[in-house]
Design a protein. Structure first.
Length: 140
């Protein structure tokens, strides 16, 4: 009887190993992200001198430039837009978005809106709006 028991336990373990799902490693995808445009779309007396910055996964990318990312399909692409009015007491704002790499199946455009609010002086409360446009597409 002990031999039969050992054989059944061994067979059960072997069967358990064989029926385990096999997971293929996630195949990396290449995504090209282009900062298409950084545009001041409205400025209600907030300021005339500005600093703007767009970034993709923490890397600054200038308008008209691209970055190609190699990512796992489950990874997120982090987009960030920043605008700062440049004066003695600067005002600023940031907008962010996350896009899952696997969701990029065709060329996709993502726009972020950054609204900077004047916080002092006679125009206090007025706003300026910046639009940052990103294009995401699979790269070869």
């Amino acid at each position: 009887m002990p031999k039969l028991f050992k054989m059944m336990v061994s067979l059960s373990l072997l069967l358990a190993i064989l029926v385990q799902p096999t997971y293929a490693a996630e195949k990396n995808v290449k995504i090209k992200v282009t900062v298409v445009e950084i545009k001041l779309v409205e400025n209600n007396h907030v300021g005339n001198e500005w600093y703007t910055a767009a970034s993709v996964n923490g890397k600054e990318v200038s308008a008209g430039s691209s970055v190609t990312l190699t990512l796992k399909p489950s990874a997120m692409i982090q987009l960030k837009a920043y605008a700062q009015e440049q004066d003695k007491i600067p005002e600023d704002d940031t907008a962010t978005a996350s896009v899952k790499a696997s969701s990029i199946t065709k060329t996709t455009t993502k726009a972020l809106s950054v609204v900077v609010t004047e916080n002092r002086g006679r125009y206090s409360g007025n706003t300026a709006t910046w639009k940052f446009t990103y294009k995401l597409q699979k790269a070869s």
